[in-house]
Design a protein around this ligand. Sequence first.
Ligand SMILES: [Zn+2]
Length: 282
Amino acid sequence: MVESNFILREFEGLPFYSCRALEEVPSLCHGFSTRHGNNRNFSAHPFNLGQTAWDSADRVDQNRRRFLAALNLSETSLATLRQIHSDRIHMIEEMPGDWNPPEGDALITQTEGVSLAVQTADCLPVLIADPGNGAVAAVHSGWRGTLKRIAFETILAMQKAFRSDPGRLLVAVGPGIRSCCYEVGPEVSGLFEDKYPEAAATLPAPGRPGKFLLDMTKALKVQLHVAGIHPGNIYDLGLCTCCNADTFFSYRREGAPSGRMLALIGLKKQGHDRNKEEQNNI
Ligand SMILES: [Zn+2]
């Protein structure tokens, strides 16, 4: 792992990455899933947490419940999105019993008993927490969303809705496709050079004339800087989904049969705390 700011935890055979700084925030739980989670059941099925054409809705629901349990968030209601690579943000104040995911790419809340999740398989998942007022956000930032500054807009929305101070926000960036594997054409490279000239987010791909390697995190970090996030409060897992075939799903590597991972953050209801010792480090 690039940084020791993250730890790979495990609960009942379900591993997930956890950001140490976010773990310090009381009543907040979070995690980034991997492609594993069914190993103890000797199931051949990957631990898919996203609605896909090849997987059953029931199995995905069951996997999501297991992931919530692993994060100590079983008692919460889970808000998800129909992700459309936009800059659309939804604030969750209360959860209806029958959740119908709206179209959008970021969720914010300050409500106890609500968990927020975005699904990814290469795009950058970003979790944000305000240790001062308990507000949280989950952001899906693929190349289109990164160009549309979805993370910046989400922080702005937290300021407006919850009076969050950007200087205190903690930001965790999970597994996503990195510049080692993210080859793009000049049309995408040009958009990043225009929008983020200072970021140097693309470099010519060695031995591949006309192709470029895109580093979305560089453009993301420009947004976070402009939004007022303290550099010391940005924690990047630094792992590439495409390189690490044993650990993560990657749409670029696997295509349509790829599963989806969840980046999930939630606020426990008071009185629903599990002994931390039950979560093991692996
Ligand atoms: Zn890679």
